[in-house]
Design a protein around this ligand. Sequence first.
Ligand code: CA
Length: 512
Amino acid sequence: MLKPLYITVDPRDNVAILVNEGGLPAGTVFDSGLTLVEDVPEAHKVALIDIPEGAPILRYGSVIGFANCDIARGSWVHEERMSMPAAPSLDDLPLATAIPAALPPLEGYTFEGFVNDDGSVGTKNILGITTTVQCVAATVDYAVTRIKREILPRYPNVDDVIALTHNYGCGIAIEAPGSEIPIRTLRNISLNPNLGGAPMVVSLGCEKLQPVRLLPSNTLPILNASPYVVRLQDEEHHSFEDMVIAIMELAETRLAELDKRKRVTCPASSLVVGLQCGGSDAFSGVTANPAVGYASDLLVRAGATVMFSEVTEVRDAIHLLTARATNEQVARDLVCEMAWYDNYLGRGDVDRSANTSPGNKRGGLTNIVEKALGSVAKAGTAAISGVIGPGERVRTKGLIFAATPASDFICGTLQLAAAMNMHVFTTGRGTPYGLSMVPVIKVASRSTLAGRWSDLIDINAGTIATGEATIEEVGMQIFQMILDVASGRHETWADHWGLSNDLALFNPSPVT
Ligand code: CA
């Protein structure tokens, strides 16, 4: 039985997070002498001092809100007792004013991967069948079922066959501003390192998003060769069966090529790791996210690319991030992505506060400011060396901000487009999230979740809150698991159960 325990992050904090499972009752006395004056739920905030009405409430050494009333020492600090501060202005942010010194290089770390012609490295060897439009999705799904049953067993070096289906491609304003986002997302996903860098495409024929627009010949000369596109409306197909056979024959050509590939030893610098959180709670920012942040620093030191994302979950910490940019241009690129998203949300008459979910709040996260300050812990301490827009492919090594919505599926989809070959996902409330294309390592923020979902959670960071492990120990465990999973030596729980969420495109432009 754990003794009464709370956790603070920064010496300036005037609230702490309650650790004990099930919360603690009024009258509980902590080692520090603090006494609860009312019941406080697990993961929720307790006032460490008397906080007068109007005074700032500090967590992570930052203002997460202002007291709506006098809050006595030992009280539960919840949503109704605090108001939210405004988001930092984008006009006077510090630009590259606190660039972290380069971290010492970490050499000798490798994984076993599939090297592609473009120099990227796959952590899986998958045949991906790209679709231009939802109209063909059911037919491709049908063909994939048959390919997996009838053809794939003959090609044992290929891990899987997947259909890249989506709801874009027609009935859309394809020339509207913003339409380049879903189009380049589909294009770059088709070129994801885990798909061998040479997509095959199934098109209907009459759709707005024609194969040549999805994958212009300058991005992929090989597409001029007809064998890589099946068009269902072509007159050579006289039946549904004809269409399915055409897809299956083309798939077999690709499978024969993919099957020749073998894993070879690659430097850890070939990893492109996407970081994300979903179903966060108040522990996320003190356990799982800082441990992932430590792993992120190790990856950056090993020369890898690490992406953090989720605009609405960094917006309130943007002043900390622009200062860490490696130069003023990168800082300005960060500001640009924030401004674009502020405007996007504004068009829907909301702001970043629309992010927090009921589960976040039950998990002790009062507002988006508190959530963001905990979320950015995933980004570790390295300098931010680049920024990419939604659906773009990463161009540089190091720590990159890939601008995406925070929605788990959309963020994951956009990170796949960015050339992600490993995904690390932190959760406090719990989600069985998974992706078909790239392994997902799930890290729990609480031991209670890791215990209840022991066949879904890969790493328990809750041990940091109870003092059983350090951030560095769990961070090293995450780093090592990334190398093992990337090499095919260790299977994540999501892959074990075959859990894969659908691709979810980010389409900010109108449908017609
Ligand atoms: Ca998310």
